[in-house]
Design a protein around this ligand. Sequence first.
Ligand code: BYC
Length: 475
Amino acid sequence: MPAIDYAEKIPNNVGLDQDQTLQRALEHWQPSYLSWWNDMGPERSQTSDVYLRTAVSAEAQGWANFDYVRMPDYRWGIFLAPREEDRQIGFGEHRGEPAWQEVPGEHRANLRRIIVTQGDTEPASVEQQRHLGLTAPSLYDLRNLFQVNVEEGRHLWAMVYLLHKFFGRDGREEAEALLERRSGDQNNPRILGAFNEKTPDWLSFFMFTYFTDRDGKFQLCALAESGFDPLARTTKFMLTEEAHHMFVGESGVSRVVQRTCDAMRQLRTDDPQKLRTAGVIDLPTIQRYVNFHYSVTVDLFGADESSNAATFYNTGLKGRFEETKRPDDHRLRGASYKILAVQDGRLVEKEVPMLNALNEVLRDDFIRDSIAGIGRWNRVIEKAGLPFRLRPPHKAFNRRIGTLAGVKVTPEGEVVGDAEWGARERAWLPTPDDRGFVASLMGPVASPGQFANWIAPPPIGINRHPIDFEYVRFA
Ligand code: BYC
């Protein structure tokens, strides 16, 4: 596997200079990308030197380099994980056949759809986060935001490479359209619901990177199993970058919780109003943010019964999380899985063919993983000697996609009528007042080692630097 060549106009380890047609197509797309980045990329970044990590190799050891980079000069490139010789398709009807190096004609449309859906989320998240640089609670956090943003930009490159290399003209058209849709736009929105929500404040950003980037992890893991080898290899490499994004979310929320607990102990109160007056975010508000981001992200896994999901699996395009580690036949014909349904005003379990329930299987894997982090936040509260506990809401709470869309279910899992929902929603989801309060705390802190009042400093800095390192230098 060649190291990444930064002398190239488009850094890559895919031998771009050997493929003139592809190189021309991508060099044609590059200015449109840069113009999109200029218009929709992070504010307050254009003149900053940021201490960033840049991928320099696709090998697991020493893949990244840390240094100051002027943001507009960041080099987005195309990097695939090394090719595994003799790799075989691991699941579905083609199990045991050699993995595809070219697009299988009969599955072309579905494959393109998956790649476009994945690709669409990447620029969407950059758009959602673009104003946050104006209110970063520290230089450390500002740097982390920019790191996440440049890597999401690179993930868009990863999908655009596949579209250009393997899908010809319609691939190029899709690549253009990825730069034209806009998060939250009425007429031309991003494809999936959560990517049209706003990320208006830093608590939302940490929740987004904890929960929604974790959807990214699970979807990318499922695609890393794909029988289409270039998709498997490119998503495998994206996963190495994704881990840091979820770390930003988990540690960010943990630091907010820590600061609140410190204030609760100091002031000897759990009164949200008193805590708000002291300039920290009360735990019930944090719970409402958890409820919102969790439920919106749970929807991202698609309908609980989906013939698309069955087709993607049967045809070898998209596997399960850790497919190869599972001790079953990897075909799943005749297997079943339990999903939720509403019967006589109550939630009940219903057994359906597993192939049709693969969105639900992945959703449940995600739920197990995300609950673990909530447990770690609770340990911060426990250590402070406080009785409050954060909880994941019920899987059926606040759903917009699948069988549970439109059913009103409390965070505890009780089906309720519209009137009760209306009366109690304020206790479950962030209210305009909550959002207004959190927004009122946001304001930039730009001296090294200083942190906004509502968040604790991190225990350690980036790449073994101290916390008061100058992670961002403004021109
Ligand atoms: N919002 O049969 P279904 C990431 C539509 S995140 C709006 O269940 P399927 C990242 C669906 O399109 C990971 N619409 O669909 C994180 C379909 O519409 P049509 C992104 C939705 O295909 C942070 C209809 O409902 N990657 O990387 O089985 C920062 C029927 O649904 C939604 C992927 O998602 C929704 N949430 O499942 C940056 C992987 N859900 O055709 C990045 C690729 C469904 O009837 N995508 N619909 O008009 C997929 O595998 C599948 O498309 C999905 C949906 C699992 C998302």
